[in-house]
Design a protein around this ligand. Sequence first.
Ligand SMILES: Cc1cc2nc3c(=O)[nH]c(=O)nc-3n(C[C@H](O)[C@H](O)[C@H](O)COP(=O)(O)OP(=O)(O)OC[C@H]3O[C@@H](n4cnc5c(N)ncnc54)[C@H](O)[C@@H]3O)c2cc1C
Length: 315
Amino acid sequence: MIYAYTENSNGKYKKSALEVVSYAKTLADFLGDSVTAITINADDSPEVLYQFGASKVLNIKNEALKAFDPKVYASIISQLADGNYLIFSHSNESTSIAPYIVKEKGAAYITNVVSVPLSTSPFRVKRNVFSGKGIAIVETSDSGVVVTVSLNSVGAKENPVSGTEENPTVNIPSDPHYKVENTELSSGKIDLKEAEIVVSAGRGMKGPENWGIIEELAEVLGAATACSKPVADIGWRPHSEHVGQTGKAIAPKLYIATGISGAIQHLAGVNSSKTIVVINNDPEAPFFKSADYGIVGDLFEIIPKLIEKLKFFNN
Ligand SMILES: Cc1cc2nc3c(=O)[nH]c(=O)nc-3n(C[C@H](O)[C@H](O)[C@H](O)COP(=O)(O)OP(=O)(O)OC[C@H]3O[C@@H](n4cnc5c(N)ncnc54)[C@H](O)[C@@H]3O)c2cc1C
């Protein structure tokens, strides 16, 4: 049995959930096996997971699990996943759960995977290394393997099967030294890691009071907002928006970078974006070397014009 941990946000399956099920289904087809998805407090119909290849969905419904606690989630997933393969997304949530399971099961752990298996015996895959600057081919002959799949790397392919959903009961461990009582989203807007379009800004914005045009552009495009590290460090924007080597690594379809120079540490977190658009008034800004499209000019003139045009086309 191949297991996939499918994340949901407020009960709704994330896009990454479809990608991990799709990945697990490809592996299951290689091995002549089937896919069981494990999820916690999902409200969405399981149909969406059957559509991508899960023939069973184990949905643990329990109020005590509303607050995300990686140790507790790991214990629950461990109780249910008794197969040789367990597939996660390479997201913050999943990468904080997976290591506990790896330790408990003594499994091989392959993270940031960007390819379907090149072989299954031994299990061999490609993974991202050096912040996306290189690809390594790794293999393991261990019988237990835990994999995290890089977001948007293999994509989600529909592969419909008929399925069933169960609501198993599990033991919820308690730790007298540590308890997560509540968790809150840092912003109610679009999840940066999941977003297909990201509008990002840096020190070229001059100050936090100017961010209105970035938020407006993001709203018109249905995009998430991001920022460079110094901007988050000075407190102009929340740290949850910081992308790069020391921030979030993202891979949207479209990344629009405004007033960001394009330092190597910033690029490390965004260079897997499908299309990069750079707006900068310095024609020598290093970011232009990584851009698919570049606009040399003052962002305070360009962005309002862009918003005006996009609003015109949206109407
Ligand atoms: C160990 C380490 C880790 C790091 N990790 C990260 C990381 O994860 N993420 C990250 O982002 N950085 C990271 N950094 C910092 C990184 O090296 C850069 O210093 C940082 O990315 C620069 O931020 P910036 O582009 O916003 O600012 P700047 O380098 O100051 O660039 C501002 C840009 O705005 C342009 N500009 C100014 N005014 C306008 C205007 N009116 N219109 C258009 N363009 C304008 C300028 O031409 C310039 O290119 C790290 C550094 C180190 C040493």
